[in-house]
Design a protein around this ligand. Structure first.
Ligand code: IPD
Ligand code: CA
Ligand code: CA
Ligand code: CA
Length: 281
């Protein structure tokens, strides 16, 4: 059976429509947030819009595909152990939807217009559909395994920089300020003199989409979760780029320290992180 459809329903169409609906609602709530709750640490935040978006996405997807498994950030207890356990729990699922209902919650809270909805579908542990939607720019990035990645009608392709010295590299400042952040800062210190420049705009999924679109030469971050990475990783792969962990091992759903590039700068970036001792916890 073709893994992309059941009973004539296209998984990709459902992913696209769902991301668009959730994104539209999130956009309508910018500037309307009165209450912010703290999760694992004082830097790990959640609003009723994160929860509402996840509920909407879950309902829409499970209405179409009631027998599929669903892993969403806000359905998991905060913290790295619970995240790993939640992923382990669904590791047997044939079809698994992996969802970040708002990637870039801090930006959303402040009205900084860079956040996204990330929806991925994995078949037997491998991502086959990835959608990242930026509602503020109305940019919907979509990839299907083996079929390329697109932004509207335009086929996406990674950038052509072949050295870090001419590269724009994205990263993030992890919410885990004791564990992951100091490692990432060591990496930033080492990379800063080598790259054209670094960017952290605050949404890992959108950074990955930007690597796919050739707007960033590469991206890496320490201590992410499956829902931050899954959809964006397929976007990068389907755009001709390369995705591994920061030690250079192949991407799987369990990867938390991710490196995604145009392929050309992959080894140089990996070497720099390795030398700086900045590949992870
Ligand atoms: C966060 C964003 C941010 C990254 C953090 C993530 P959230 O996700 O992707 O860019 O630096 O590590 O936790 O919590 O806004 O979904
Ligand atoms: Ca979060
Ligand atoms: Ca996230
Ligand atoms: Ca989130």
């Amino acid at each position: 059976q073709e893994p992309y459809r059941v009973g004539g329903k296209s998984f990709t169409a459902v992913a696209i429509n769902t991301a668009a609906k959730a994104g539209e609602w999130i956009k309508s709530r910018v500037g309307e947030i009165r209450r912010v709750d703290v999760k694992y640490s004082s830097h790990d935040l959640v609003t009723e819009v994160d929860k509402g978006s996840e509920k909407m996405i879950r309902n829409l997807i499970l209405t179409h595909f009631p027998h599929h498994a669903f892993l969403g950030e806000e359905g998991v207890e905060p913290g790295p152990e619970a995240s790993a356990a939640a992923l382990e729990n669904v590791s047997d699922a044939e079809y698994l939807w992996i969802v970040d209902p708002i990637d870039g919650t801090t930006n959303f809270i402040h009205g900084f217009p860079f956040f996204s909805v990330s929806i991925a579908l994995a078949y037997k542990g491998e991502v086959i559909v990835g959608v990242v939607y930026d509602p503020m720019r109305d940019e919907l990035f979509v990839a299907e395994k083996g079929k390329g990645a697109y932004l509207k009608a335009a086929k996406l392709g990674v950038s052509g920089e072949s050295a870090l010295s001419e590269s724009l590299v994205g990263t993030g400042f992890p919410a885990d300020r004791e564990g992951a952040l100091p490692i990432n800062l060591a990496g930033i210190n080492a990379l800063m003199p080598k790259v054209r420049n670094l960017r952290n705009a605050g949404s890992a999924a959108l950074h990955l989409a930007y690597v796919a679109a050739g707007r960033l030469s590469g991206f890496y971050e320490i201590g992410l979760n499956a829902w931050d990475i899954a959809a964006g990783a397929l976007l990068v792969q389907e755009s001709g780029g390369r995705v591994t962990d920061t030690a250079g091992q192949p991407y799987t759903l369990g990867v938390r320290n991710v490196m995604a590039t145009n392929g050309l700068i992959h080894e140089e970036l990996q070497n720099e992180l390795q030398q700086a001792g900045a590949t992870g916890l």
